[in-house]
Write a protein of this length. Sequence first.
Lengths: 346, 346
Amino acid sequence: MEVPRKIPTIQDVARHAKVSAATVSRVLSNPERVSEATRARVHEAVRLTGYTINQAARTLRMQRAKTILMALPGIGNPFYSTVLEAAMQVATARGYGLLVTGRLGDDPARWLRDYYVSNRADGLLLFDGTLVTQTLHGIADDARQMPLVASYDDVPDPRINSVVTDNLEAAARAVAHLAEYGHTKIGHVNVRNESDLTKPHQRFSGFVQEMRRRGLEIREDWIQPGDYSMADGRRAAAAYAAMKERPTAIFTANDEMAIGLLAGFREHGIECPRDVSIIGFDDITVAKNYFPALTTMSQPRVELGRVATEALINLLEGNAGDGDPVHIVLPSELVVRQSTQRLAGG
Amino acid sequence: MEVPRKIPTIQDVARHAKVSAATVSRVLSNPERVSEATRARVHEAVRLTGYTINQAARTLRMQRAKTILMALPGIGNPFYSTVLEAAMQVATARGYGLLVTGRLGDDPARWLRDYYVSNRADGLLLFDGTLVTQTLHGIADDARQMPLVASYDDVPDPRINSVVTDNLEAAARAVAHLAEYGHTKIGHVNVRNESDLTKPHQRFSGFVQEMRRRGLEIREDWIQPGDYSMADGRRAAAAYAAMKERPTAIFTANDEMAIGLLAGFREHGIECPRDVSIIGFDDITVAKNYFPALTTMSQPRVELGRVATEALINLLEGNAGDGDPVHIVLPSELVVRQSTQRLAGG
DNA sequence: ATGAAAGCGCTAACAA
DNA sequence: TTGTTAGCGCTTTCAT
């Protein structure tokens, strides 16, 4: 019956090595300030005691948690899980822990900022585009500013650091691809609600922009609402199927809606790409394994997670805050597969 | 030019309310031990100062971080992202933060345990089945035990708390489904490596068990290796395609491999379900939207995340450790869709 | 190069 | 019911 040993503290190590706690601390963070002999003794003592630094104490003392907070709109989305994985790798490599949160309550800004004020996280990786700029500034513009990097589909406030993909351009290219294939009757599936009227999604704007540029008619009824889920893709399919006249090509704001749309169409006897061309957005893993393989705008989501996390940590460790905001735009790429086809006789 | 206010501490609140810090602390954690009048004054002071408790200080003092650590084998996997989301919701609701980690380095047990020893997390949600039981015990059986709940495909050490699905049974039912459809030539795709020889995956065992029970031949070459990725599903497809004699039905250990397998087969002109029936495992979102819609064993992954997290927090808050280990088994469910078919003339 | 001492912000034991 | 005091484990002046 073993007596549970106490978790060793820096004092225990000091005693073992016959030095002061201050010296142990130095060995651990500024080894060059300690003589080689002492250093060796301390390391040995660390090994012997199995000492691990107490982060809570260190955080309290240093006012830095060595932890970053990642706010996600819905982790269930495979898109974000890849981003999360990339972020985690970078964070770990640089000695940071990664807290995740999603449920933001009725005061999202406060919810997030409390992590900072309460000394649980040093900075924020914001992947949740539902927070409007105003709210965002509630986080960043406070006296006790929380360092943050935003990364989502909309173009964030220029005062806020951001790492994004060129959503507007990419959406325009998606439409251009359809147009180049001879399609003129083009539909779109995207989020549509009041907040969007004042601040439309970049992918929506890209769609509108390219349609206008090419002089193509934008038909209201061909723009179907979708919250980025497969279920909403199916719903859109039902809506299109019920129409007398349908678009010959549809651009969905993400791959999951494209898949739902395809699946839904199939149930209505509408075949892709025979009857309709569909282009998605994101290039999630399943896109190339779907049938038909999905044409899509590929997003560098590993890069997104990696770069955003690196930017944040640099911010935290560099001369924080006194530089200009960081704005990084990563390129998307058109990946043509089987779900789009030249319009027959077009 | 606003001078950045200092983050208010409990002392600031105390000063405002003209009470001692201890009283403020009491109001925040044991309100009933404080008179109503004082309580009101303190609350007002909290509001005025915008006070938020300093978690680092509290953690140091109480030796509890109010944070749980979730170890995932690969968050990229959409299966786990759903579990993660469920876990996060429960954790948040019960006042816990959720740290995630994946990169476990060369000493995974130590890596995970250090979170505990260093006072960063109070307990561990272990979703990574690659840690063998021995290693696990390195985490749990230490003098400084880290409370943990394991949840993955293999049946964990009985001394360890676990929340799992009935993988072995479910796998057997998957095979039974194929057999009932008249298939006798049944293949399987699953992880295969040395560690599996000593400790085969439950889904593998379930396959073997049901095949034996029905007196069906288990052909080594029909058991293809797969690391649960779509890419490995494709690889398996290539392997099967190259065979002179192929199975008429295949059970893959997860849906992603099933999708990869289907996509791969299609490229070789092998159609599902016409030429081969395929049953997956997990029922990821895309399964029902795939073409053909995937027959699969549905796993209650939201439940899994929820129940495991609840079990862990109960453990942390209850009379921890002195009870028997918790073992919860959640049921899987057969979902028949289009990717399996009765064997023609069978 | 090393040690002594103070203090980060909180809670809990004890006193009043 | 409330206040005083000590101390969680660490880092960091300031001495030596």
